[in-house]
Design a protein. Structure first.
Lengths: 312, 338
């Protein structure tokens, strides 16, 4: 670490890995279009939720990686969040063997295997404070994707620490937020199936399956073993505040809406070429009738929508 | 690595018991606990509930009581410090070390780093909140900070645990009885999404401050924050609305989608856990009363002793009365749970 000297560059727009079980050709074509058309700096790529899904995208990974790299994107390969078997660990060990590839570690085991080598700490590793970030940075992490539940004041405090200044800090700014991961598959359970014979029913829901309360209110969303927010996080209006706090990388979670256009809207606010009001109106059009939330950033319940301008 | 002061033999099934209050500590010690675990009365531990936990003075008294009866004391300092303000966590570690506790149970990497540097003789256990679910992760915590024991997340089967124990240089502790998290612990933001309060930051899950019970005609509705977690007929006991243990609707069907309101109970598989090389059993429930603690600890004391002698596990009908929803599960330890 270099004595608290900031290494921050221009704000980066990043696309998180597709969390859902999309058809493999759809997955490939999605990334081809991102490579060809999207104004995005960094693309995270790979299966994070369920090891059983990985074989489907694997045949397309080299072509997608090559196309994104050729388009000038920084590509980081994302790894599994919850690793429970020796086979899962062995697959990761083999995939990181190529020293020329960049990885996002979503479990501390993977971060440990990547020690001494430049890597990203993904949002599934708990990095809440400067003590943890300093330790991870010293072992080769150059960017840390922060927990979704951190408030703006926590981010501001972190941004002022030596450790916070020494690495790139990333925040999730768009999409359903990953909230939990389990050994149990809720998609299979919802269909009266067992995880071992799941029939990949999670593929039916390209943005996850909304779960309602007994009073028929939308509550959460499930995606295999993962539980997400039903609301879509949107920190569009808060981008300037985040930048001022020292956040320099902004993650969009892929959904079935037009992500090239979603990226354009966020880019517009980041580089101040688009007013927040106009960007918000365009985002509403792009995502349709989806409830938004930004409560975490405002120190409130994650599910809430707080008017960004009014809150400051 | 420093010489250990609390080593157990693999398969020993040391009995680790909850002490939410000084009274519960005495009850657990008297009922045969080999170790108790507790927290300071602040946000540094993951059971930061009103009326629970220990002041430094109470810890000192509790330590004397436990040590005089050959019982160890572990202090949980297992939340994740706020950015820019790690002092409360550092102070908790310093106090625990100065008072001579037998181990601290930690989750945050920055705090593990602090403890291993400032108190090299202090025995470190890895909290379940660190979510170390595989051999590589556990080896990392051992090699980086000298962690001696890991509390395993409630996501592994007995076979997974046996395999792990053959590949790691540290002891394993598993949850044996009580609350049953269906999610990987330390990686769950459900509570803060609904209530603004989380296990990782605030040390609470589904806090009572956000719970309401509403009568609606002949029904009783349990709510957490702005959401209905369950609906009961008036004659049925309305359970506590822990948010992952409610009934929810997926594709027009209502069910206990994440987990039913059950208690974990490993008594039936105690010999399997022993054979898998598990060093310690953890009884959950620092938020429960002294009577609960005494009853559960006594039952497990008898069962572990029988297991160590190679005898069949005795029937423990009294445990049924204290289990959540009067239902039990062996959870993820058996593959069918998945």
């Amino acid at each position: 670490m270099k004595g608290g000297k900031s290494t921050k560059t221009n704000p980066k727009l990043a696309l998180g890995p597709v969390l859902f079980h999309w058809d493999a050709e759809r997955w490939r074509d999605f990334y081809f279009r991102i490579a060809d058309e999207a104004d995005i700096d960094t693309v995270y790529l790979g299966e994070v939720v369920c090891a059983k899904r990985r074989p489907f995208i694997l045949p397309h990974l080299p072509a997608v990686h090559e196309r994104l790299t050729a388009a000038g994107k920084e590509v980081a390969l994302s790894t599994l969040a919850l690793i429970m078997t020796g086979e899962e660990m062995e697959e990761i060990r083999q995939s990181i063997a190529d020293p020329d590839l960049l990885f996002e570690a979503n479990d501390i085991s993977t971060a440990s295997l990547l020690a001494g080598r430049r890597h990203v700490i993904g949002p599934f590793v708990n990095a809440y404070n400067e003590g943890t970030i300093a330790y991870l940075a010293q072992r080769g992490a150059f960017r840390v994707s922060l927990p979704a539940e951190l408030s703006l004041s926590a981010l501001q405090d972190l941004g002022q620490t030596d450790a916070g200044r020494s690495v790139s800090l990333e925040v999730q700014v768009f999409g359903r937020l990953p909230l939990a991961i389990s050994a149990r598959c809720y998609h299979a359970r919802a269909h009266d199936l067992h995880k071992d014979g799941c029939q990949f029913v999670c593929a039916n829901d390209p943005d996850g399956l909304t779960i309602e309360t007994l009073d028929e209110e939308p509550f959460l969303a499930i995606n295999g073993t993962q539980t997400l927010s039903d609301t879509y996080c949107s920190l569009l209006a808060e981008l300037p505040l985040l930048q001022a706090a020292g956040i320099d990388c902004f993650r969009l979670w892929p959904h079935s809406c037009d992500m090239v256009q979603v990226a354009a809207v966020f880019r517009g606010v980041l580089d101040e070429s688009m007013a927040v009001e106009e960007a918000q109106a365009r985002l509403d059009e792009l995502i349709g009738d989806v409830p938004l939330a930004n409560g975490y950033l405002h120190g409130r319940e994650g599910r809430l929508w707080v008017d960004g301008a009014a809150a400051e | 690595m420093a010489q250990g002061n609390a080593n157990t033999t693999p398969g020993d099934l040391e009995l680790i018991c909850p002490a939410g209050t000084p009274a519960a500590l005495r009850a657990a010690v008297d009922a045969g606990a080999e170790a108790v675990y507790l927290g300071f009365r602040d946000e540094t531990n993951a059971r930061n509930f009103p009326g629970l936990n220990f002041s430094p003075e109470e810890l000192e008294v509790g330590l004397t009581y436990a040590h005089a009866r050959d019982c160890k004391v572990f202090v949980a300092i297992n939340t994740f410090p706020r950015a820019g303000a790690p002092e409360a966590w550092h102070r908790a570690i310093d106090r625990a070390a100065d008072l001579g506790v037998d181990a601290v149970i930690l989750a945050d990497i920055g705090i593990l780093d602090y403890a291993s540097k400032q108190h090299p003789g202090l025995r470190l256990h890895l909290s379940v909140q660190a979510s170390a679910s595989n051999a590589e992760a556990i080896r990392f915590y051992h090699e980086a900070f000298g962690v001696r024991r890991v509390v395993l997340p409630r996501v592994l089967t007995v076979e997974d645990i046996a395999d792990l124990n053959s590949r790691i240089p540290v002891e394993t502790e598993v949850f044996a009885f009580g609350g049953m998290c269906p999610m990987a612990e330390g990686r769950c933001l459900l509570s803060s999404y609904v209530t603004g309060k989380s296990p990782n930051i605030t040390g609470v899950c589904s806090p009572a401050s956000h719970v309401r019970y509403l009568e609606r005609g002949s029904e009783m509705v349990s709510r957490l924050g702005d959401f209905t977690i369950n609906v009961f007929q008036q004659n049925d006991a309305a359970g506590y609305p822990t948010l992952c243990k409610g009934r929810f609707v997926a594709d027009d069907r209502a069910s206990y989608l994440f987990e039913a309101p059950t208690s974990l109970n490993v008594l039936p598989i105690l010999p399997d856990l022993m054979a898998a090389g598990v060093s310690a059993l953890k009884i959950e429930g620092r938020q429960r009363g002294r009577a609960y603690t005494a009853q559960v600890v006594a039952a497990f004391r008898a069962a572990v002793d029988a297991c160590r002698r190679g005898e069949p596990i005795p029937e423990m009908p009294q445990l049924g009365e204290v289990t959540e929803g009067q239902r039990e599960t062996s959870g993820a330890y058996q593959r069918a749970w998945r």
